[in-house]
Write a protein that binds this ligand. Sequence first.
Ligand code: ADP
Ligand code: F6P
Length: 319
Amino acid sequence: MVKCIGVLTSGGDAPGMNAAIRAVARTCLNKGIEVYGVRLGYKGLHEGKFMKFDRHSTRNIINNGGTILKSARFPEFKDPEIRKEAIEQMKKVGMEALVVIGGDGSYNGALKLTEMGVNCIGLPGTIDNDIPDTDFTIGFDTALNTIVECVDRLRDTSTSHQRCSVIEVMGHFCGDLSAYAGIACGSELTIINEQNISEDEIIENLKVEKAKGKRHAMVIISEKVLDVFALAKRIENEVGFETRAEVLGHMQRGGSPTAFDRVLASRLGDYAVELLLKDISGVAVGIKNGQLTYTPIENALSLPRESLLPLIELGARLK
Ligand code: ADP
Ligand code: F6P
């Protein structure tokens, strides 16, 4: 049975990561297992930046955004030599398993470590919700609620001035934040990568809305689809709405996690340790239809995700 476990956070931080760290640490300590926090993701793993946790190490963090362990992007980890050195650092303190809290990039690192014989569990921590084989990732719900609050505020002023607001939200090629926010905010138009919609079609769509008598419009767009500032200019010139573009940016990643994210993170962190204690590793944990699940990390990276188009169509029917 594993006697010493490490936990790290990697890639883009997400609200709820602290709750997951706390759950991993406390479940380990409750079971009499040694547990180390690894600072700065894979960079800290390579540099041996380990802190031994006791019960006090994770107090008063369940309500905090960000990650007490800090996060980092460390492309050098793709180099097998660097990974070998990281494994040596783990051996020095007797760390026999690693819980990796992060997104798909971090899962790739965990998969590579697994292939080199390290017992790893991937735990989905990213606001993007872009991990297949889990319905939700930690941080998605908090980011979504932040977006909804921002868009509601923009709607107030947009309505008063009879303007169009074009709002770019995060997601890194994944449209979940946009698709859910579009419905929750009643946007006139929601645009994600999967739709493959042209700028001309967007303009035509808004012309139809204006012709129907709409005096203002909210347009939610996933990042990396198009330039929202250029689109705003075209809307002003070709549709006739006075238009403002907003990029919500990193404020979407901060803030106190919602209750949903805290509970999800606590369940997944505890479950990750339970699996390691049953000698199960090389898997990613998740939640499907309310049930905790696990699947090989390579599946979590490669399985197709459900289409978001039904959500986009629902938003369009209800606008
Ligand atoms: P996220 O986990 O949020 O998707 P990134 O894509 O930036 O974030 O990945 C986080 C880190 O995971 C990278 O900085 C790198 O250290 C590690 N990583 C990503 N891809 C690989 C890979 N193919 N092999 C090894 N490590 C990787
Ligand atoms: O993966 C989370 C995320 O916030 C994406 O939505 C976004 O594309 C990216 O990270 C931003 O990364 P950075 O913090 O490096 O600018």
